[in-house]
Design a protein around this ligand. Structure first.
Ligand code: GUN
Length: 283
């Protein structure tokens, strides 16, 4: 039977710790402000943006937001980012993805100053992560490291399989696990004999976006299973990429969906906002 890794409780703890730090910084005259930009009105993005602003409020970080119309041109968006890059009062800039199809996401990500890139998506941030220099780390993978550490799960020397190779989760996740001295394999849709590769894993991190894809046949006895997926099943019920009920008895630790990895993303975004003032030499 598995221990359940409670992301809700751990993220609440992190937010409490951050609130203390934010208060200390405020007492020294250092305010932190995040700017969130949404283009268009995708309902899921609106929920994410609202939750990010609520998270800021909870820990005492100021936030400003721009809700721009779908018709916003790339040039207009890049101009706004340029203005925010030069605004001393703004410490973090986050452009909610996905963007409308007429806007090049890479051009937008690259326009954000790496000193304000609290999403950790800029190529400079990714490069810094790869070579172990200070910089912003993508929030979901950083949150998973916190989940493992705060659950006292040893990482060094362990076989870790990361299933999925996205720029936002799979790739930074694998680098972070390497930094923690795990032996890391990145598996993906073209991996031969995926089952036996996953079965090697002491720590299996799944981010493939397929409802309940991983069943007990992919799991080594006693493995730690981290499920990054957030999907809707045929009954519109939230579920992960892992078949939770099927693997539960085989693993030592598991993250539920919802309430596992999900709540960590905003906590780590807020953490990046606090780190931003250090990277900017303001604290
Ligand atoms: N869309 C879905 N997740 C994210 C995220 O972490 N950051 C941004 N900017 N957009 C997203």
């Amino acid at each position: 039977m598995a221990n359940i890794i409670d992301g809700k409780t751990i993220s609440a703890q992190i937010k409490e710790e951050l609130a203390v730090k934010v208060k200390e910084l405020k007492s020294k005259g250092v305010d932190i402000c995040l700017c969130v930009i949404q283009v268009g009105n995708d309902p899921a993005s609106s929920v994410y943006v609202k939750n990010k602003k609520k998270g800021c409020e909870l820990v005492g970080i100021d936030s400003v937001s721009y809700e721009l119309p779908e018709s916003t041109t790339q040039e207009e968006l890049l101009e706004l980012i340029e203005k925010l890059n030069n605004d001393e009062k703004i410490n973090g800039i986050l452009v909610q993805l996905p963007l409308p199809s007429h806007i090049d996401e890479n051009a937008v990500i690259e326009k954000i100053s790496p000193l304000k890139d609290v999403d950790g998506f800029h190529p400079v941030s990714v490069g810094n992560l790869c070579i172990g220099r200070p910089g912003f780390v993508s929030c979901t993978p950083a949150g998973i490291i916190e989940l493992l550490k705060r659950s006292n799960i040893d990482i060094a020397g362990k076989e870790c399989v990361v299933l999925g190779r996205s720029n936002i989760v799979g790739k930074p996740m694998s680098i972070l696990m390497l930094r923690q001295n795990a032996t890391v394999t990145i598996a993906h849709s073209k991996t031969a004999d995926l089952k036996s590769v996953c079965k090697r894993a002491d720590i299996l991190i799944v981010a493939i976006g397929k409802s309940r894809f991983i069943d007990s046949g992919y799991i080594k006895d006693g493995a730690v299973v981290i499920d990054v997926g957030i999907n809707r099943d045929e009954n519109n019920k939230l579920c992960g990429d892992v078949d939770y009920d099927d693997v539960f008895d085989k693993c030592s630790y598991i993250t539920p969906v919802p309430g596992g990895v999900g709540p960590m993303t905003i906590a780590m975004l807020l953490n990046n906002c606090v780190d931003s003032v250090v990277l900017q030499g303001k604290a």
